[in-house]
Write a protein that binds this ligand. Sequence first.
Ligand code: PMP
Length: 413
Amino acid sequence: MQAVAENIGFDVMAVRKQFPVLTRMVKGKPLVYFDNAATAQKPQAVIDALDNYYKLHNANIHRGIHSLAEEATAAYEATRDTVQHFINAPQREEIIFTRGVTESINLVAYTWGRTNLKAGDEIIISGMEHHSNIVPWQLIAEMTGAVLKVIPVTENGELEMEVFYTLLSTKTKLVAIVHASNSLGTINPVKEIIVAAHAKGAVVLVDGAQSTVHLDIDVQDLDCDFFAISSHKVYGPTGTGVLYGKTVLLEAMPPFMGGGEMIKDVSFEKTTWNDLPYKFEAGTPNIADTVAFKAAIDFVNSVGKIAALNYENDLLQYATNQLEQIDGLRIVGKAKHKVSVASFVIEGVHPQDIGILLDNQGVAVRTGHHCTQPLMHRLGLPGTIRASFAMYNTKEEIDVLIAALTKAIKLLR
Ligand code: PMP
């Protein structure tokens, strides 16, 4: 497949070369991978880091005094430093390793939420949240008597900010908001939300599952209290991720899970907690994947986030224009600011049937509710077809999608 990068300074073919999976065939056709919002593919550097770790350095971390334990610990802790710089966190102790965004949000819900929320307090989320940023708050609301409030979403897929301001009050203790919607691509005005929430004394958690790979993240500039990241959406391995939290909040929170590593001293009478970040990292963590996450961030930094973002915006624009030419196709989510997600429905055909027919032509898209059922209910849809683009995708691949879609629609109508 030939592709020419039109963006000066962005060589898509050089990027593609680093992703071995992109050379494979699916159902006899070259793979076109447009399911990046679900999980991104991995560059060779990440695969090598995993391989290298298990081949040469595997050991348990932090307590061993032998060489392998020291090497494994250094590699694991190096990822913490890399993440700290990647999101401009003030201190490395504010980077807590988790399994990903879901665990990061649950950590905040079960520690900060359980200790700080009481009956009548309010939690504000939005109508476009992933189930991961709804269900933990429902569970905590049930336990504490707190009340969940929801910022409505417009037909275009943007937050109704006027309503947000009416929901916000001194009863609001937490705002938990998605930075970029996985279903629609909408980039939410999180900075404005944070300023307003802080003015009422509320803390703000930002779900960065979709934004971290596309946008420059600066937690000091955002001034968010918590920020959640999944490695696997940022070209890193599955099963690892990050919770960033402000020290003052993390220090005051009780531990999430009890076990090894998170303690300072254990006796049957009294156990004391370890310092940050270890207080929240009970048990043997996902060492290898966390070590390899550093290679993913190094890869993103080597390409440059701004160059990649400009390129992805170009892809989104191209795809949107092409998709809109298809008879009966409607783009779902027309926010002014979007990451590279094109969600759409096609009159008279079920998204799932389209997904299967596209796969037969080597094109991987996601169909369904994308773990945002309340959003789908709001939009009156059972689901959408979602093509989400990464920096290794090309306009030629979008042409393949368009041709495959046209063929599929003919078959289904
Ligand atoms: N929030 C959003 C916006 C997401 O897109 C996802 C993943 N689809 C999650 C949360 C959950 O992330 P993970 O499954 O990596 O924990």
